[in-house]
Design a protein around this ligand. Sequence first.
Ligand code: HEM
Length: 447
Amino acid sequence: MISTDPARPLPPGRFGLPLVGETLSFLRDPDFASKRQAEYGDIFKTHLIGRPTVVMMGQEANRFILSSHMEHFSWREGWPGPFRELLGESLFLQEGEQHRRNRKLLMPAFHGAALHSYFDTMVSITQHYLQHWQQQDALVCFDAMKQLTFEVASTLLIGSEPGALTEQLSQWFTTLTNGLFTVPLRWPWTPYGKALQARDHLLAHIEQVVKERMAHPTQDALGLLVQSRDEQGDRLTLEELKAQALLMLFAGHETTTSMLTSAMMALAQHPKSLETCRSEQQALAMSGPLSLEQLGQMPYLEQVLKEVERLYPPVGGGFRGVIKPFEFNGYRVPEGWMALYQMRSAHYDPHCYNQPDAFDPDRFGPERAEQRRNDYTLVGFGGGPRICVGLAFAKMEMKIVLALLLRQYQWDLLPDQDLSLSRIPTLRPRSGLKTNLQPLANAVRSR
Ligand code: HEM
């Protein structure tokens, strides 16, 4: 706990127009935060989504918000209203003891034996999609990856069977996601009204599955969650299970889609890295089909994934509500404001990374290990005690998809497409990344 000195000034910056503040510039200008940082330094005030907000940039700010002073911040107060209503009482919104207990209950479904048991399903879904994609002239990678990652998430997290129902669930999710970033007008024809209906359909489906799992426990993540008990021997209630399952599905596919799309783009643009990745995979394929053991023997692919996380973090940062006043860099921030940590500031900081604009996976190799110079310089999955719960799940899935792609296929970016990046709801090239996926002439046809 730090006390604040009321004589300290508020951070520099400006609040912008009445009511809207600077929300429109923030949403429209991808360089909003870096321009203000150049003008005011690593902390500045602004006014976003109806609240006075302090934006805190860089590695020290990341450590301050994510770990060392996290008791000054609330997740629940940080999420805009539509998130709270559409995503319900799930881990995203919980704090303190309730969060600690529920995170502990969720963890076993994403680590250790459970994670290993997901391997075969991830591989077979990926193989199915790869075969389907090679028949298409122009593959829009973002859309294609979204189908794949949703099928992986819905199969492994809530035990759905591929087919019409999974497609319906995916459509409801798209409608729900579209409502997260709109004005919450509740009429049935508005994007928000449609998102509320989609949420109700999803929750009704999940409720049915939860009840089935309660009667007949299974080994998918929801089955494990239904069986999980806290220290008192209590388990999550039906309402809690429904909210956590909805959150897992939401958090578990669009972010992974974004990072896989960026990885395909970066590799197509950097033939030397692509070749190194491919050689690593082909050497492994000589010793047999893709296996769990092999996933631990891909150091270069892991470096590529870190570099993609650094240059193209799917989520730009995180909002928090300030629940206790604090001081940072000599400025005072009052209770009731919002705080935003911004990933790109540390990821692109020349004090943290050499030539930060360059795609250079070797910076994460054992000789240079640039991320070790300082903590909290790579925060694409957040950091500290509330780091992404699905980190290991997402990394395993991304390694499987990329390893199989690299072993069996080549791809080029099609000409005349808009590769500028759109950032909301998750980062992606505006074209969706159009490629022509072709089987490799000398592909190693192991799985
Ligand atoms: C590439 C894929 C992913 C990325 C980039 C990502 C990113 C993030 C980030 C940045 C946070 C913290 C946000 C903040 O500090 O405000 C977070 C939290 C979280 N993520 Fe992920 N995520 C990914 C995949 C997943 C998957 C696959 C799941 C579940 C199946 C998942 C579930 C969660 C949950 C439940 C939290 C909240 C943790 C807590 O509050 O304790 N994520 N994720």
